[in-house]
Design a binder for this molecule. Structure first.
Ligand code: LLP
Length: 427
């Protein structure tokens, strides 16, 4: 369903529109999102997991009201991790029972709103939160469906800042030392809570299924312990998100049906061994759905060849619209999008317009030696964690997100304006 290609003149097109037309219509920089591709990826996940499992899209990767409507139409659920994401979801008509609410430090107001609206589940992340959610639910005369997030002690092979299931980090309740079992004990005692399952998220941008398998195995072990101690079989397990995507041709991502098959097999096998009925599985892909569906379109402003080193190609955005390179040393590719060129490839670094030298979008890339001001560059795979982590450093105006479908470009998040910035500045 991908509609991004090069036309016969060498221009990158999406949904039949050339990047030149897009730049003309919406300006640069802009995130250009292929709606057909987004919907196709949603369907692939839902189809792969089938009717005995649930797919929750992780809104932190990128959320807007249009996205919420697409998710709803394609049969996905939604994972939110803040009051802001919850408000966006509800305002676009996502039924509350299809929303899961995450976070390691949800405020009382956020919890109250979530319980009042009737979210399908709250994922409890600490001992304090078990009590806090129970009290709030009880004071509202409700019984809230909850899962407990456990840390399974897996070292996911990814960047330190986005790995989440090893022991020395802030998320979840450790399986080690009987802590998770104690959390279950407390949750089962509280009238305000209906404990429906156990949750484990091991990290992000992961390619190796081994970590998920260990995680699934340990979660099932906990279910068996809970059954032995309390005589209850918790009906659900959530194995989180974290499936990697191809940022460059070096990455080799797994397809949803492969992931679904592997997870279902391991859960099925472990449950059978433990004499448990197979619980309902849910997963929370964010990046794997939205990441590949968008690219950032930039215009080149200056080109600075540094003798014997490389050429610095400055674009009209930078670390304000994509902080991942600076923050995680993330790798991206880049293509000259507005024309073809027969010029020699030159070692280039695509940089932004911000006031520091760490402001790098693509660290090392080959671009044609005749790249010049006015050329348009496309940086692929910027659909996840780029607009959602965009910032106003140097009072940059955050770029729009433009959904393209059937030859039509529709702004779904508009470009920020100087008025937007000044409106917050009330001093
Ligand atoms: N579920 C939970 C509980 C999560 O914490 C996350 C991501 C996801 C699901 C979705 O993970 P995904 O499928 O998108 O990998 N800003 C970082 C990524 C942080 C991920 C945080 N949690 C980045 O730009 O790489």
């Amino acid at each position: 369903a991908r509609t991004v290609r090069r036309d016969e003149d060498g221009l990158i097109t999406v949904g039949g529109l050339t990047v030149a037309q897009l730049a003309e219509q919406v300006g640069t920089p802009a995130y250009i999102l292929d709606e057909a591709d987004f919907r196709a990826r949603c369907r692939a996940w839902v189809d792969a997991f089938g009717s005995d499992a649930d797919v929750f899209y992780a809104g932190k990767a990128f959320l807007s009201r249009a996205v919420v409507r697409w998710l709803h139409e394609e049969g996905l659920n939604l994972d939110v991790c803040s009051g802001g994401e919850l408000a966006t979801a509800l305002s676009a008509g996502m039924p509350a029972e299809r929303i899961a609410f995450h976070g390691n430090n949800k405020s009382e107001d956020e919890i109250r709103r979530a319980v009042t609206e009737g979210v399908g589940r709250i994922v409890l992340d600490s001992f304090q939160e078990i009590v806090r959610v129970a009290h709030i639910a009880q004071s509202l005369g409700k019984r809230q469906r909850v899962q407990i997030r456990v840390t399974v002690g897996v070292e996911a092979h990814t960047h330190e800042f986005i790995a989440t299931a090893h022991e020395d980090q802030k998320f979840g309740i450790a399986l080690a030392g009987g802590q998770a079992a104690e959390a279950v004990r407390r949750a089962l005692r509280l009238d305000g809570l209906e404990l429906i399952g156990i949750h484990s998220h091991i990290g992000s941008q992961i390619f190796d299924m081994a970590g998920f398998e260990v995680s699934a195995r340990r979660v099932v072990q906990l279910l068996a312990e809970v059954r032995d101690e309390h005589g209850v079989e918790l009906p659900e397990i959530d194995l989180g998100g974290g499936l990697g995507i191809a940022y460059t041709s070096a990455d080799d991502p797994r397809e949803p049906h492969h992931i679904a098959k592997a997870l279902k097999e391991i859960v099925g096998r472990e449950c059978e061994a433990a004499g448990l009925a197979t619980p309902r599985i849910s997963v929370e892909p964010g990046r794997a759905i939205v990441g590949p569906t968008a690219f950032t379109l930039y215009e080149v402003g200056t080109v600075k060849p540094l003798e014997g080193l490389r050429t610095y190609v400055s674009v009209d955005g930078g670390m304000s619209d994509n902080i991942r390179t600076a923050l995680y040393d993330a790798e991206y590719s880049v293509a000259l999008a507005s024309r073809t060129s027969d010029a020699e490839p030159m070692l280039s670094r695509v940089v932004g317009k911000h006031c520091e030298s760490g402001d790098i979008v693509v660290r090392d890339a080959f671009l044609p030696a005749d790249v010049a001001p006015g050329d348009l560059l496309a940086v692929p795979a910027t659909g996840a964690y780029c607009r959602s982590m965009a910032n106003n450093y140097n009072h940059a105006l955050r770029p729009p997100v433009v959904a393209v479908r059937d030859g039509e470009a529709r702004v779904i998040v508009r470009r920020e304006t100087e008025e937007d910035l000044l409106r917050l500045d009330v001093g």
